[in-house]
Design a protein around this ligand. Structure first.
Ligand code: OGA
Ligand code: NI
Length: 360
């Protein structure tokens, strides 16, 4: 019997808000109160000088082709996932020249004239397109960021009419990027399964029709950077998030032992982080980490996050192959669509979503 194509699901909506990029063009000196975050959203503690100031860096070639007896890079990956929840990947298979093309196409796209962007703006009942996410009330504080959100995989779930309105050059480049990130995510997930003792078959089956979304972020320069936030503290609901920083403006910060640690952009690297769904899948061994994006007075910042999750019709819960009397499940198992709909239905707030799923 032929397998039924997954039905398109609407994962959520967000209240329509104006473009921050247009606002930033008006050479204002004070930001409107709608962008003034509630007393810092999180108290900022000074960075502890005894902390190592950079997240671990994983060499993909060493991970895949290194000395199998020593497992050195795999151990490093395992530790990075347990202790940091964040790492950068270098020496991967995505070429520097391709990433340069990607950067040009995405930057041009995010700077299209407003007239063009309007055609690609979010709609009342669906969050795909330009705008912001997680805006659930009119008086909610807004982020200093314009983003473009879309479902990328599987292709059948793409929003009809959104893809074919994208500039042709971008569409071609995007297609290669989507496939490259999918490959990278599957490779990393297989290595993580090995380190966690998850049955490889279980992992492969979960991700054979990977669900993937993408968020392109444009953070304009901000006249009052200390009063605004680019992206408020949150953890990613997904399994594996893969972020590419398109320019060298520093902005991403992760919470490490109560301190905010900046992630320095490394040229051509990918920043990978454990999402809530992987914390669940690993039954709490790997940790999703809170992170945020700050903004800069003088410089714009551009990043593209790709969020890789299991097949949309699967259930998300602790991996069956590691659960037993000695390792009882710490989280509830639920359909992935329900998990996502609940996530998108409320304001971003640290790791709170995970707590809803935790078993007492
Ligand atoms: C995200 C995210 C950080 C950044 O899109 O979920 O955390 O640096 N982005 O843009
Ligand atoms: Ni994030």
């Amino acid at each position: 019997m032929e397998k039924e194509a997954p039905k398109r699901v609407n994962l959520g909506k967000s209240i329509i808000v104006p473009s921050v990029q247009e606002l930033a063009k008006e050479s204002i000196t004070n930001i409107p109160s709608r962008y003034e975050i509630e007393n810092g959203d999180q108290p900022d503690r000074p960075i502890n000088p005894s902390l190592p100031l950079s997240i671990p860096v994983i060499d993909l070639q060493r991970l895949l082709h290194g000395d199998f007896k020593n497992h050195e890079e795999l151990d490093k990956l395992h530790l990075a996932c347990k202790e940091w929840g964040f790492f950068q990947v270098v020496n991967h298979e995505v070429s520097a020249s391709f990433l340069e093309t990607f950067k040009i196409e995405v930057t041009n796209f995010l700077k299209l004239p407003m007239e063009e962007k309007k055609k690609l703006w979010q709609e009342e009942d669906n969050q795909e397109g330009f705008g912001q996410l997680f805006v659930v009330s009119e008086d909610q504080k807004l982020e200093w960021c314009d983003m473009f959100f879309l479902i990328t995989l599987p292709p059948e779930l793409r929003k009809p009419g959104l893809y074919n309105k994208l500039p042709q050059n971008l569409r071609v480049t995007l297609e290669s990027y989507i496939a490259a990130i999918k490959d990278l995510a599957q490779t990393l997930l297989n290595q993580m399964a090995k380190a966690l003792g998850i049955d490889e078959g279980e992992m492969t089956e979960l991700f054979n029709e990977m669900h993937q979304t993408m968020r392109m972020n444009y953070y304009p320069p901000c006249p009052e950077p200390n009063k605004a936030i680019g992206l408020r503290p949150h953890s990613d609901a997904t399994t594996l998030a893969i972020l590419h920083q398109l320019n060298d403006t520093v902005g991403l910060e992760i919470k490490k032992d109560g301190n905010w640690v900046p992630v320095m952009p490394l040229e051509n690297a990918f920043v990978v982080n454990i999402g809530d769904a992987l914390e669940i899948l690993s039954n709490g061994v790997y940790r999703s980490i809170e992170h945020k994006a700050t903004v800069n007075r003088m410089k714009e910042r551009i990043s593209v996050g790709t969020f890789n999750s299991p097949n949309i019709d699967s259930e998300i819960g602790p991996a069956k192959s590691i659960i037993g009397p000695l390792n009882p499940p710490l989280f509830r198992t639920q359909p992935l669509t329900q998990y996502y709909m609940e996530f998108f239905a409320s304001k971003l707030n640290g790791k709170s979503h995970l707590e809803v799923i935790r078993l007492q």
